[in-house]
Design a protein around this ligand. Structure first.
Ligand SMILES: C[S@@+](CC[C@H](N)C(=O)[O-])C[C@H]1O[C@@H](n2cnc3c(N)ncnc32)[C@H](O)[C@@H]1O
Length: 206
């Protein structure tokens, strides 16, 4: 863990206390994460036509989606990946979180496919090259949908990431399309293998 090339120590306990727990500074709530989890599960199951069984959560932090997912689908098999030494040391074993980054997804031993892939509040931290590397690894692994939360230069958002670096919606649509993702709305994307499941009017950003 000492050799983690990402700024693994930036995302330390103080970071998670600030953004998730301190009532004066937090921007997240369990209820909000549960609503997102319900959305992502439902959209994935709609296209899969069966319950979601496996979930990959990249940039999962402390794995706070896990309890929301299990409260809705108790038998779900969850795999988390995060660059934070702190999160993996503290929750890795208990929540099945592996140390890694979007650039190392090919070498950390992931499965070939997951019913639901989550990248929540994370993708806009990445340099473009790493974002593209991550999309290349995730597209073929998307069996149901990928919940890829991205913010644009038109969105008003609070957080510790560089807002000046945010791009337009059309830039993001093009990038995702080029890497084989098809938008079906509300941050949900079908991967290359599942695109024939969407009817014409379900497709966004064509
Ligand atoms: C705002 S937190 C989001 C955590 C969780 N996904 C959520 O929805 O609450 C951003 C997370 O991205 C992780 N992260 C930042 N850069 C990363 C990278 N290059 N690869 C993987 N994870 C990264 C951080 O360690 C942190 O846990």
């Amino acid at each position: 863990m000492k050799n983690n090339p990402i700024e693994g120590n930036r995302y330390n306990r103080a970071y998670f206390d600030r953004w998730y727990r301190n009532p004066m500074t937090r921007v997240k709530s369990c209820a909000g994460i549960r609503r997102k989890a319900a959305l992502a599960l439902s959209v994935s199951e709609y296209y899969l036509e069966r319950p979601v069984r496996t979930v990959l959560d990249v940039g999962c932090g402390e794995g706070n989606w896990l309890s929301a997912l299990r409260s809705l689908r108790p038998r779900i098999r969850y795999t988390g990946v995060d660059a934070s030494n702190y999160a993996v040391e503290r929750f890795g074993r208990k929540r099945n979180i592996h140390l890694g980054s979007f650039a190392t997804l090919e070498v950390i031993g992931l499965a070939d496919q997951y019913d639901l892939i989550i990248c929540s509040d994370t993708l806009f931290y990445l340099p473009i090259g790493e974002l593209e590397q991550g999309l290349i690894s995730l597209a073929p692994r998307t069996a149901g949908v990928a919940f890829l939360e991205l913010y644009t230069d038109q969105d008003s958002v609070i957080g510790d990431f560089p807002k000046k670096g945010l791009r337009s919606a059309s830039w993001h649509h093009k990038l995702l399309r080029n890497h084989g993702f098809l938008s079906v709305g509300s941050h949900c994307y079908l991967g290359p293998k599942g695109q024939d499941r969407a009817m014409e009017m379900e497709r966004i950003g064509l």
